[in-house]
Ligand binder design. Structure first.
Ligand SMILES: Cc1cc2nc3c(=O)[nH]c(=O)nc-3n(C[C@H](O)[C@H](O)[C@H](O)COP(=O)(O)O)c2cc1C
Length: 238
């Protein structure tokens, strides 16, 4: 049963909309096929582009795919996922090469919770691969987004893009839409590039599914937890 996280009790009334947008954003992994108008996607991107960036450089680039372009890409990616490993090539390491605690424990918990919810037993590689494959169909969402960045930019621009990407997810909530950020595409960037004419001069940071949540889907019952503020924060001074 999905439980919407509670807002902090001290949120003043004018702040409730912002707090709710933050608290109700979650990675949705089953969407309805209901289309999202292009105008809505443009509004979401316009809001997200208010994200800050060092010297206002605005380094983010977005490719939006829908309809036949989305379907053709999804079909080839799904086939490639079940195909030979030679079809995969990582451009950058999103995840640590060597996992360690506390990150490993958190990662494991997510895996157990997600796969446990879906009844996928530990070690059932076929069922895990089938669930992972849902990524490549954007979990059924009608809109796929890809975030890219000019390769010659520095780490600061990655930070800027991260803020932009989060802003897209929060802005989507203003339209009662949901998202799932997706690093799953990154090993298949060559296929994505070919379908969407993304030049080699841009690095593909991640993809994202955007659409209406399928509230009845079991996978969307997942609750994720967060560490309390005291675990990751030090307050110094009075
Ligand atoms: C950049 C990024 C890439 C992600 N890639 C994937 C992905 O490929 N597939 C997926 O199902 N979830 C993906 N996630 C979602 C995370 O698993 C999720 O954000 C995390 O478990 C916390 O859950 P919540 O977003 O529902 O609060 C990604 C998240 C981020 C920020």
């Amino acid at each position: 049963m999905y439980r919407e996280p509670e807002l902090p009790p001290d949120v003043p009334p004018p702040g409730v909309a912002v707090a709710r947008a933050l608290m109700t954003r979650r990675a949705v992994r089953a969407f309805l096929p209901t289309p999202v108008p292009r105008g809505t996607v443009e509004s979401i991107l316009m809001l997200a582009a208010r994200a800050p960036s060092g010297t206002n450089a605005q380094p983010w680039k977005v490719t939006v795919c829908t309809g036949r372009v989305r379907d053709a890409l999804a079909a080839e990616l799904t086939a490639a996922h079940f195909g030979p490993p030679s079809l995969q090539s990582e451009e950058y390491a999103y995840y640590p090469r060597q996992w360690r605690d506390p990150y490993l424990a958190r990662r494991r918990k997510l895996g157990w919770d997600l796969y446990g919810l879906l009844g996928i037993a530990k070690g059932d590689r076929e069922a895990s691969a089938r669930q992972h494959a849902r990524n490549f169909d954007f979990f059924g969402a009608p809109v796929g987004l890809f975030f890219t960045l000019d390769r010659d930019l520095e780490q600061g621009s990655w930070l800027d893009c991260g803020m932009f990407i989060q802003s897209v997810m929060i802005a989507a909530r203003a339209y009662d839409l949901h998202t799932c950020p997706q690093a799953a595409f990154t090993p298949f960037h060559r296929i994505v590039r070919r379908h969407l004419a993304i030049p080699d001069s841009e690095i593909m940071l991640c993809g994202m599914a955007l659409g209406h949540v399928d509230a009845d889907a079991l996978v969307n019952q997942l609750n994720t937890e967060r560490e309390s503020v005291g675990v990751f924060t030090r307050f110094l001074g009075d």
